[in-house]
Design a protein around this ligand. Structure first.
Ligand SMILES: *[C@@H]1O[C@H](CO)[C@@H](O)[C@H](O)[C@H]1NC(C)=O
Ligand SMILES: *[C@@H]1O[C@H](CO)[C@@H](O)[C@H](O)[C@H]1NC(C)=O
Ligand SMILES: *[C@@H]1O[C@H](CO)[C@@H](O)[C@H](O)[C@H]1NC(C)=O
Ligand SMILES: *[C@@H]1O[C@H](CO)[C@@H](O)[C@H](O)[C@H]1NC(C)=O
Ligand SMILES: *[C@@H]1O[C@H](CO)[C@@H](O)[C@H](O)[C@H]1NC(C)=O
Ligand SMILES: *[C@@H]1O[C@H](CO)[C@@H](O)[C@H](O)[C@H]1NC(C)=O
Length: 386
């Protein structure tokens, strides 16, 4: 389940390209370091599960949402490590209900199509590690369920049984379908992905930048105009795969248009801040990295490589709390101060007690979702730079 964080489209007066960016970090090492720290901090052997709480702040254990588990799980599966993969898969299946849907929270009945699309990607990555058909079969079954959520006005229903049709569920469903196609070559999956994306372009796209609005209600038709980077990231990935599988250049053009807009250093690009770093919470932005990395690798568009490395370096340089631990630079006091001392600019920091252990500014809380996202960011950058 994603958080509907509608943000206002504000523009800063001027934007500058990255100034001090070299390949000063090694994305592969950064990736391994995040996985290492995440496992040591958040994996709880007694519960055989990731802990929602930072153990430094709260000695109680809580289970995470399935979204968090899908993000951190895929980050581990992509590493190819069989032991952690097996343990995480065992945890993941505890969220599955008899209907086949994976629930948003352990032992609760609500399910979301975007969670389940992410689980499809994770299961396919787990299949690559294990070669166990069980995971491929689960992924196929989930894609069937997701396809059944096509709404009466088009697009994919966000929460099963409800009426909101979200961009994120529609673009993630398309990406689940094209990723699955690689394994079973079922032409209907490509047709479905095309249908999802064509609907997005027709109904929820802002023509000026090619970015998507958050979604709309099936009954009222009211559009929520918030824009988040992950819907664009997942669409870029989907188009890169569709182009590869169909050879239709329209898909490559659409992917390039969105990637160019997401990387543009002009003041109308709401996804970028004045220092050239992507302006979206760490916990969401990995999907934009994945989109551009897919476009570079699957779509052979190497013109974005240096810019993606620069974006990864931004996360490494400004979001790093300590070796292998990451949080948003503009939400944590020490990171915000560091950002300002390096760039001479305001970070926009304002105090929020929930970011810290016991509200103490010197004790930032870590989260498994930020960790999973940071790991995926570095995995994607390493993928295109090695
Ligand atoms: C992480 O690194 C430390 C220090 O190298 C090591 O002791 C620990 O076993 C590693 N943890 C994992 C989960 O690999
Ligand atoms: C936060 O408060 C709890 C409960 O009072 C305490 O156990 C814990 O050590 C504190 N954590 C930090 C980092 O101060
Ligand atoms: C931990 O759980 C206990 C028992 O449910 C509760 O009383 C306590 O407030 C919890 N501590 C924190 C830091 O949430
Ligand atoms: C995986 O687990 C097995 C059994 O516990 C152990 O022997 C092996 O060293 C582990 N491998 C890695 C890479 O940690
Ligand atoms: C390529 O895809 C676009 C968008 O789906 C479609 O309109 C067009 O007919 C396709 N072109 C070919 C040659 O199939
Ligand atoms: C960055 O995103 C935040 C919300 O996530 C938004 O309030 C702000 O206006 C954005 N900044 C720019 C430069 O677009």
């Amino acid at each position: 389940m994603h958080f509907l964080s509608l943000f206002l489209v504000l523009n800063t007066a001027f934007c500058f390209p990255l100034q001090i960016r070299t390949n000063s970090f090694n994305a592969g090492d950064a990736y391994k370091s995040v996985l290492n720290s995440t496992w040591d901090l958040f994996w709880n052997e007694d519960h055989q599960a990731f802990n929602l709480n930072d153990p430094n702040c709260n000695s109680n254990f809580s289970n995470t949402a399935v979204w968090d588990l899908a993000v951190v799980g895929k980050a581990f599966f992509d590493s190819g490590d069989a032991n952690t993969t097996q343990k995480i898969l065992t945890e993941l299946y505890k969220y599955q209900s008899p209907s086949g849907w994976f629930n948003a929270q352990l032992n609760q009945g609500e399910s979301y199509t975007d969670d389940n699309a992410q689980i499809v990607w994770a299961l396919l990555a787990a299949y690559d590690v294990t070669k166990d058909d069980k995971y491929l079969t689960s992924a196929e079954h989930l894609v069937d369920l997701i396809q059944g959520q096509w709404s009466s006005i088009g697009g994919i229903i966000w929460q099963t049984g409800k009426t909101y049709v979200a961009s994120i569920s529609t673009t993630e469903a398309a990406l689940a379908a094209v990723r699955l196609y690689k394994y079973n070559q079922d032409q209907k999956l490509l047709d479905f992905a095309e249908q999802c994306l064509a609907w997005m372009e027709a109904k929820l796209t802002n023509p000026s930048d090619g970015f998507y609005y958050d979604g709309l209600d099936e009954n009222s038709g009211n559009i929520n105009k918030g824009k988040l980077s992950y819907t664009v990231g997942t669409a870029i990935s989907s188009y890169a795969y569709l182009h590869k599988f169909t050879n239709n250049d329209t898909y490559l053009d659409l992917a390039n248009k969105k990637a160019t807009a997401a990387l543009a250093t002009n003041s109308s690009n709401i996804f970028m801040n004045s220092d050239g770093g992507w302006n979206n919470s760490l916990k969401y932005v990995h999907l934009l990295f994945a989109g551009i990395a897919d476009l570079i690798e699957i779509g052979s568009q190497s013109q974005y490589s240096q810019k993606l490395v620069d974006q990864g370096n931004f996360v490494y340089q400004f979001d790093q709390l300590s070796e292998g631990d990451y949080a948003d630079y503009n939400s944590v006091k020490t990171l915000a101060d560091h950002y300002t001392s390096v760039t001479g600019k305001s970070s926009g920091y304002s105090y929020s007690a929930s970011v810290y252990c016991n509200g103490t500014e010197s004790e930032p809380q870590r989260s498994v979702l930020n960790q999973g996202s940071a790991a995926q960011v570095f995995y994607q950058v390493n993928r295109i730079s090695s």
